[in-house]
Design a protein around this ligand. Structure first.
Ligand SMILES: [Zn+2]
Length: 422
């Protein structure tokens, strides 16, 4: 072998091993809106099998946008097929990499060097874990740090437990963020809310009442491996980082043992797809860890479960696997209506509520279906936070605090609703 070949192989190995971040220059985010039954039927068919194109937001019906990301070659064929049904694309983001760079450039927070932790910016996993440790030490009378489980790559999934001594027989609330890695506003909003709950105890009336009434378990980042990877390898990563034969990761929100991998999407069984449901139910340690923790408590202990995602501004309840209505539909709808009304009252942000399957898309094996059906948590939700697609997953940091403020008021109203309608 010639020296140049050897050098070339060494160079290739070095660049592979120290792989830099995925670059999305030339990738776009586009939007189609179905305006009639025929167009929507095509959208549904496409969503079932999107090929290489990345679905940022799914459409659940006429008038509801479908947002797609891909490079120009990938999108060209897709656009052609949609145009045959009379749907022309709108452009949400002309260059995905510019969107990624903009979010990081503007991730400056309040700039207050004296603040212990800046709620107004996005933080790395290490910063978040450090904050959980610090804040639980700062409020030792009402807060504990709890390790829920270790991830596939060996990272701790940490929870903040908040409980006051008002009574011993309290119900639990489970709040989680960051199950999908790229949805950064989710951990950021959950962190803000946890911080304000701790700061507000004994100071703010509705916060004090909510903490006295429930035991809270708050997990800012469920998918710790995936979240880490969005900072170090691929900003657009969604799944866990489990190694399969050809590809990495399972969709942790298709991995729950309820109508698991029911076949709502062609990608469900494909390890390279973004919605791969995994080799078996609860194959992902982070998903199984949450489920085991919930089941370790007596049935009926947890009264509320919320899994925060982004984006689209939707407050959703079961079912995800079917468009059929669950038996607690009336109360679930009423709880969402009250929550959304309180949320919107803060900054005017509009949310739509309803069952998952008819609000976003049919999705089986998702968290809220399992917690409702298998853990008897009537008030289980999947929530899509800000925005409606202008920035999508790349929401600028100056929206973190407004998102936290409005979502916290929604959440506090929900706790009152659940106390009145157990
Ligand atoms: Zn999500």
């Amino acid at each position: 072998m010639e020296t140049t070949h050897v050098l070339c192989i060494i160079w290739c190995l070095i660049t592979f091993c120290t792989a830099t971040k995925v670059n999305y220059s030339g990738h776009k985010v586009i939007r189609f809106i179905p305006h009639n039954e025929d167009q929507f039927k095509y959208v549904e068919k496409f969503q079932f099998n999107p090929g290489k194109v990345d679905i940022w937001r799914g459409s659940a019906g006429i008038g509801i946008p479908l947002d797609l990301s891909g490079n120009e070659d990938e999108l060209r064929t897709v656009i052609g097929s949609f145009e045959r049904f009379g749907m022309n694309p709108g452009v949400l983001m002309n260059d995905l990499q510019e969107g990624i760079d903009y979010q990081l450039e503007t991730n400056k927070g309040s700039g207050d060097a004296n603040a212990d932790f800046d709620y107004g910016k996005y933080h790395t996993l290490e910063e978040i874990q450090g904050w959980i440790e610090d804040i639980t030490k700062r409020y030792p009378n009402i807060a504990d740090m709890v390790s829920i489980v270790k991830s596939y790559e060996g990272r701790e999934m940490l929870a903040i437990q908040i409980r006051s001594n008002s009574s011993s027989n309290k119900a639990g609330i489970w709040i989680e963020g960051g199950i999908h890695a790229r949805e950064w506003i989710s951990p950021a909003t959950v962190i803000y809310m946890a911080g304000k709950l701790l700061e507000g105890y004994g100071e703010v009336e509705n916060v004090t009442k909510a903490i006295d009434a429930f035991d809270w378990y708050i997990v800012p980042v469920v998918n710790v491996d995936g979240y880490k990877y969005t900072w170090t390898g691929d900003r657009n990563w969604r799944k866990t980082r489990t190694k399969h034969l050809l590809c990495y990761g399972s969709d942790p929100n298709r991995n729950w043992d309820n109508h698991w991998c029911n076949g709502e999407s062609a990608g469900g069984h494909n390890p390279c797809s973004d919605v791969y449901c995994g080799p078996k139910p609860f194959s992902e340690p982070v998903v199984k860890g949450v489920a085991d923790f919930i089941l370790s408590k007596p049935t009926g202990y947890f009264k509320i479960f919320i899994d925060f995602h982004s984006y689209s501004q939707l407050w959703m309840s079961p079912w995800g696997y079917t468009k059929a209505k669950p038996k607690d539909y009336e109360q679930q709808e009423a709880s969402s209506a009250a929550t959304v009304q309180a949320l919107t009252a803060v900054h005017g942000t509009k949310y739509i509520y309803g069952p998952i399957a008819s609000t976003i898309y049919v999705a089986s094996g998702s968290s809220a279906d399992w917690t409702y059906a298998n853990a008897s948590i009537k008030y289980s939700y999947g929530v899509e936070l800000r925005d409606q697609g202008q920035y999508g997953f790349l929401l600028p940091a100056d929206q973190i605090i407004p998102s936290g403020e409005e979502t916290l008021q929604g959440l506090l109203t929900l706790t009152q609703f659940v106390q009145n309608n157990p």
